[in-house]
Design a protein around this ligand. Sequence first.
Ligand SMILES: [Zn+2]
Length: 163
Amino acid sequence: MFDEVLRSLLQQLMPLLPVLGPIAVMVVVLAVPMPGRGPRLLQSRDTWRGFKYAARRTVFERAGGRCEAAAFIAWGRCRAPASEADHVFPWSRRGPTVVSNGQALCRAHNRSKSNMRPPWWYVRCLERRRAAYFPAGASVRVLARMSEEDRAARAATPRRARR
Ligand SMILES: [Zn+2]
């Protein structure tokens, strides 16, 4: 019984294969993350949940205080002022709270992104937009890993400077 249903279903789908195949491939390709930029396999969650202190200031300053999201899917740039420092690779998916994994977003864009793991084209388009407004010398590269400098900066943050 089940076999027959499956067989007839397959027979009906067969003629659609030339259409469904490429669509399935495209969906997979669009969802792939950019290799080498996400958290390492054994990386644990950062103990710092949100951006604060100097890291938060840097994320806002290099964005000129304006939202870094695309105005439409991957085109243009949002015109709203930034109100939140967001993790490009979400904290809940082990993205660390470091400047290289941060972006300034308006409230609406931060909400719509929620904990989506960014696909490769999201990261590529963000970096391309950034080249136009980041200050000279600031790296546009997204990297969800903690560098030795990040670690050192954290350890060196004096209590008084943690405002
Ligand atoms: Zn926005």
